[in-house]
Write a protein that binds this ligand. Structure first.
Ligand SMILES: Nc1ncnc2c1ncn2[C@@H]1O[C@H](COP(=O)(O)OP(=O)(O)O)[C@@H](O)[C@H]1O
Ligand SMILES: [Mg+2]
Length: 250
């Protein structure tokens, strides 16, 4: 039975892409608490993005159960999954996926167009959705009016990343998923960005699943999960405990 106190529960999850014969993921069990901040690492091709897509309800596993906030999303229809994601998950994609023909503010408030719940929560913090978008941008240190007037495609990578982050944070979703959002940034900017993101997540008690190659960022998290590529690992268990202190079993 799903535990509604947990943020995320996974049981017996197996996933492979239709074009591949081998499983990409084989996760017997994983549980994440509400508000917990988890760092996910693993070499390229180990299935990090696939796992985030499963949790986000974008991919469907061959078997197993994924529950978020006590809802077994693996039993949902695709439209139920899409609505659940809109209501409860802020997704920062690796390439940010900003909509080029929308302004900075429109990109950020977009999350609330698909979710009344997120809109209502945003309006508990500010008088309008635009004001809440501005408040988040200010916290992310990107509220310069000249930047706000620019088409999003003319923003730098770091600026686009902040817009994508503000969009994910709008309406305080319970789970923030971030897929290597720092990969195009230099080290100092990465750490600064991470601190801003984690501070905002703490403010709204959002849990975080943060994928990165950069183990230098790992210490900022409550826990690390090491994802091994099945085809590279000796074990058939895709999720392996790291021997390093701070890593936790799933
Ligand atoms: N859309 C897709 N179709 C088929 N295979 C895919 C697709 N996306 C990823 N893969 C394969 O699944 C495996 C895991 O990929 P991915 O989850 O992107 O890994 P990571 O994010 O850890 O680099 C890789 O072998 C990759 O080639
Ligand atoms: Mg990836």
């Amino acid at each position: 039975m799903p535990n509604s106190d947990a943020l995320l529960e996974i049981e017996g999850l197996r996933f492979r892409w239709p074009s591949t014969r081998q499983d990409v993921l084989d996760i017997p069990a994983l549980s994440i608490d509400r508000g917990e901040r988890v760092f996910i690492k693993g070499q390229s091709g180990s299935g990090k993005t696939s796992l985030l897509g499963l949790i986000g309800g974008i991919n469907q596993p061959q078997s197993g159960r994924i529950s978020i906030l006590g809802n077994t999303i693996t039993q949902f229809s695709q439209s139920q999954k899409d609505q659940f994601r809109a209501d409860h998950i802020g997704y920062i994609f690796q390439l940010f996926n900003l909509i080029p023909y929308l302004s900075v503010i429109e990109n950020i408030t977009l999350a609330c167009r698909f979710s009344r719940l997120r809109a209502e929560r945003a309006l508990q913090k500010s008088d309008s959705l635009d004001q809440e978008a501005l408040r988040l941008l200010q916290h992310l240190q990107m509220d310069n009016p000249d930047l706000l007037a620019k088409p999003v495609r003319e923003l730098s990578v770091g600026q686009q990343q902040r817009v994508a982050t503000a969009r994910a944070l709008m309406g305080a979703p319970e789970l923030i998923i971030a897929d290597e959002p720092t990969s195009a940034l230099d080290t100092d900017t990465r750490e600064h960005f991470l601190q801003l993101l984690l501070r905002e997540c703490r403010n709204s008690n959002s849990g975080v699943l943060f994928v990165s190659h950069d183990s230098g960022l790992e210490n900022a998290f409550d826990r690390s999960i090491h994802l091994n590529a099945l085809n590279h690992a000796a074990s058939s268990n895709a999720l392996a405990d790291d021997a390093a202190a701070g890593d936790s079993p799933c």
